[in-house]
Design a protein around this ligand. Structure first.
Ligand code: SF4
Length: 354
C-alpha cells in the first residue's frame, strides 16, 4: 500500500541517516520538552551547547521550578526569544505545583501550560508519550507542500497537509515519524536546493515530478525590517556603573541593560542620550567618551547601537526599582541582550575604564 510505503520509506531513511543529538532517542519528557522549546526559531547547532549546559545545571523539572529566573535567563543569554525561557520557567512551576512534577500527558492539560502551542504539544506528546499527534514545523510545511504540489500554505492547503500526515503517521512510533519529516526538511529538502536524488520520498513528490521543486511553496517576499538608531550610556559612579532591568513583559523582558533608547529623527546622538537618561533616571549625565558602535539584527528590526561612557553630573541618578550599580567583573551575574554583549566585547579590548 502506498500509505505504508510512504511511512516505511521515511522511517527507514531516518533510522539510517538521523543525526545523533543529545536530545534525541531519550525518554525523559522534561528534556524532550526543553529541547523543543530551545529549538523554536533556532538552529540545532546553536541549541546543543545551551541544552547541555542547562541540563548539567538543572537536571530535573523541579530544579528549574525552584530556580531564580535571573539565573535561568543568564543561561539562556544569546539564544534569543527570551519569553520562551520565562514561559518555560512558569510552566515548570505549574507542573510541580499542580501535577506533582509529572509533565501532563493529556493534550488539554499540556497545551494549557505557558508557552506551549500546538506544535510543541504535538512534538512533546508524540516523542515523550508516544501519542499520535502530528507536529508541523516550518520544515515539514515545506516538505509537504512539495509532496502535495501546493503553491501556497492557505488554510485549506494546511488542512490537506494535516490530513495527509494524519493518514500516514506511524502510530507505533509517532515521535520518530514526526522527527523523520523534520529531519528530511532540515537535511534534504532544503528551501533553495532540495537534494531530490537522495530523497526517500521522491516517488511520492508532485513538485519533483513537475520539476522546479524549489518553487514549492512560493516564497512570500518579506518587507525590509525597520532600522533604529539606539544610544545608551554606561553611567559611572566611582568604580561602578548603572544597569537597570527591563520590565516583565515585552521584548527582552527580564534582561538587564544600560539606560538609553531610540534616537529621534533629526536628533543628535548626544541629545538623544541626555533626553533618554533624563526621562529614565531624572538626571542629565556628563558624556565622557564614545565606547563604540555596533550593529545588531533582531527578527523584526535592525539596530545601530551607540554606547557612551558617562558619569553623574551634579544630580544623582534616580534609580529605577530594579536597578543596580555594578563593577565590570559582575556582568556575568546578570543576563544582558546580545547587543550589550557586543559592546562588552569592545570594552574588553579597549579597557573598561574611561
Ligand atoms: S523529492 Fe525533492 S522536493 Fe520532493 S520532498 Fe524530496 S527533496 Fe523535497
Amino acid at each position: 500500500m502506498q500509505q505504508n510505503n510512504f511511512t516505511l520509506s521515511i522511517l527507514t531513511w531516518y533510522n539510517k541517516q538521523k543525526r545523533i543529538l543529545p536530545f534525541r532517542d531519550i525518554d525523559d519528557p522534561y528534556k524532550i520538552w526543553l529541547s523543543e522549546v530551545m529549538l523554536q526559531q533556532t538552529q540545532i547547532e546553536t541549541v546543543i551547547p545551551y541544552f547541555q549546559k542547562w541540563i548539567s545545571k538543572y537536571p530535573t523539572i523541579r530544579s528549574v521550578a525552584a530556580a531564580d529566573q535571573r539565573l535561568l535567563l543568564k543561561l539562556w543569554e544569546g539564544l534569543g526569544y527570551y519569553s520562551r525561557c520565562r514561559n518555560f520557567h512558569k510552566a515548570t512551576k505549574i507542573v510541580v505545583e499542580k501535577y506533582g512534577g509529572a509533565i501532563p500527558d493529556k493534550w488539554l492539560e499540556f497545551r494549557a501550560l505557558p508557552g506551549v502551542g500546538d506544535y510543541t504539544a504535538a512534538a512533546v506528546l508524540s516523542i515523550a508519550y508516544n501519542q499520535p499527534y502530528i507536529a508541523i514545523d516550518g520544515n515539514v510545511k515545506r516538505v509537504m507542500a512539495r509532496i502535495l504540489g501546493l503553491k501556497n500554505l492557505s488554510n485549506r492547503n494546511m488542512t490537506r497537509i494535516k490530513n495527509y500526515l494524519t493518514k500516514n503517521i506511524f502510530t507505533d512510533n509517532p515521535g520518530d515519524f514526526n522527527q523523520s519529516m523534520m529531519e528530511l526538511g532540515a537535511r534534504i529538502c532544503s528551501p533553495r536546493d532540495p537534494n531530490c536524488g537522495k530523497c526517500p520520498l521522491s516517488f511520492y513528490c508532485k513538485a519533483f515530478a513537475i520539476g522546479e521543486p524549489e518553487s514549492y511553496p512560493l516564497s512570500v517576499r518579506k518587507k525590509k525590517p525597520p532600522h533604529y538608531e539606539i544610544v545608551v550610556g554606561m553611567v559611572w559612579r566611582g568604580e561602578e556603573f548603572y544597569i537597570q532591568k527591563r520590565g516583565e513583559h515585552g521584548m527582552l523582558a527580564g534582561l538587564w541593560e544600560f539606560p538609553g533608547g531610540k534616537v529621534k529623527i533629526g536628533e543628535s546622538l548626544e541629545d538623544a542620550l541626555y533626553r533618554e537618561i533624563q526621562e529614565e533616571c531624572g538626571a542629565i549625565p556628563k558624556i565622557l567618551k564614545k565606547i563604540g558602535t555596533i550593529k545588531h539584527a533582531y527578527t523584526h528590526f535592525t539596530i545601530t547601537f551607540h554606547g557612551y561612557h558617562c558619569e553623574e553630573n551634579g544630580t544623582s541618578m534616580r534609580c529605577q526599582q530594579n536597578s543596580k550599580w555594578i563593577k565590570p567583573n559582575q556582568i556575568d551575574e546578570f543576563p544582558f541582550p546580545k547587543a550589550n554583549h557586543k559592546l562588552f566585547s569592545i570594552l574588553e579590548k579597549q579597557g573598561w575604564d574611561v
